[in-house]
Write a protein that binds this ligand. Structure first.
Ligand code: PLP
Length: 373
């Protein structure tokens, strides 16, 4: 909690929501000073506003970043990150299975702008795909839906060797479980809609990194109009106060659910990094592996979902309540059948976002669903 000066005497404990599109000035000179960042304050909310600033300062501290910029969604942040780093003719290296929206952005919209992407399945095959035009490596700390933990080391080495920008989507881990900038990444992206907010009531995105890169990003953000609304910024900022406690609870419950599923007769496969003493999980996620669990069932996903009494079918993740989603028809719908199978997304795969309820209640509901097969 930061102490704040307040013009009306006593400052409110919770920061106010500054729901204003524009700010007042004493003179033309005053506008110029604030616009050129020689004076304190904001000019017009598309360029920045107090609630975004509170969130950006708190998030930068959590990620150990010099600076942060907030966006209206995770996708807005990703678009802005890549446009700030690439020009027509440049090349991007996408490593591992990426979120479907990011995959589509790289394969279609950026391709239309003559920015090509090579998709490689893992960090070990990345070196062979670097070309003279490669500018950026994009990867996710924990990739959806197989929950593979990223091996940062070979990518950090590759980025260093070829002077590439290493961008990591840290949505599934949150800075409480992993801080990519400490593992050789240059930039971090978050769908703050997920764990950072964690209550299913706001859309937001963040980019974090060096002050220089965030300044570059901040030249693009207002032009794209991808500004975060003050109320959404306020909600995410409020949620950061409980992030560490929530991530501990998500991780403990995630492990409990994964262990239950692992031993269940109707479950063919469980994807959870903490299950099989993974070397990468030990190294990069020492404090826990989040609440994200993938599992392939021996039956019809519709039947299992219909059997749940509390676990809600909702194609998002990271909220306080446990939810389930069906990647083949939602997050990975944009992939071709061949790409889906290569990414390990069969029709029978369900993805659980384990919440912070009582662990036994979650497991009992999982059992009820699986009994329907
Ligand atoms: N990255 C990951 C890993 C995601 O799961 C998502 C959304 O599900 C996004 C990015 C996009 O974020 P948003 O929906 O906030 O635009």
């Amino acid at each position: 909690m930061k102490k704040r000066a307040w013009p009306g005497g006593t400052a409110p404990l919770a920061p106010p929501i500054v729901q204003s599109s524009v700010f007042q000035f004493e003179s033309l000179r005053h506008i110029r000073d604030v616009s050129e960042e020689e004076g304190e304050g904001h000019v017009y909310s598309r360029y920045g506003h107090p609630n975004a600033q509170y969130l950006e300062e708190a998030a930068a501290e959590l990620e150990g970043a010099e600076a942060c910029r907030a966006f209206s969604s995770g996708m807005a942040a990703m678009v802005c990150a890549l446009l700030s780093l690439c020009r027509p003719g440049d090349h991007i290296l996408a490593v591992g299975t990426l979120y479907g929206g990011t995959h589509l952005l790289l394969r279609e919209q950026l391709q239309q702008m003559h920015i090509d992407t090579t998709f490689v399945p893992d960090p070990e095959s990345a070196a062979a795909a670097v070309t003279a035009k490669t500018r950026v490596i994009v990867a996710e700390t924990i990739s959806n839906p197989r929950m593979d933990v990223l091996n940062f080391e070979p990518l950090a080495y590759l980025a260093e060797r070829h002077d590439l920008f290493f961008l990591v989507d840290n949505t599934f881990a949150s800075p409480c479980l992993c801080r990519p900038l400490e593992q050789g990444a240059h930039g971090v992206m978050h769908s703050a809609t997920k764990y950072l907010n964690g209550h299913g009531d706001a859309m937001a995105g963040l980019l974090l990194g060096s002050r220089r890169w965030i300044e570059e990003v901040s030249r693009w953000a207002p032009q794209l109009g991808a500004v975060l609304d003050p109320f959404a910024a306020w909600l995410v900022h409020r949620s950061l106060a409980t992030l560490s406690l929530r991530m501990q609870a998500h991780s403990a419950n995630g492990r409990h659910a994964a262990e239950f599923l692992h031993g269940h007769l109707k479950v063919k496969q469980v994807y959870y990094p903490g299950l099989d003493n993974s070397r990468l999980a030990d190294r990069y996620l020492p404090a826990g592996c989040s609440g994200m669990v993938g599992f392939v069932i021996d039956g019809d996903p519709e039947q299992v979902i219909a059997g749940f009494e509390h676990i809600v079918l909702a194609p998002s993740l990271a909220d306080t309540a446990t939810t389930v989603s069906h990647p083949a028809s939602t997050s990975h719908k944009a992939l071709t059948e061949e790409e889906r199978m290569r990414a390990g997304v069969p029709w029978e795969l369900l993805r659980l976002s384990v919440g912070i309820e009582e662990a036994e209640a979650i497991v009992a509901d999982l059992g009820r669903g699986l009994d329907r097969i």
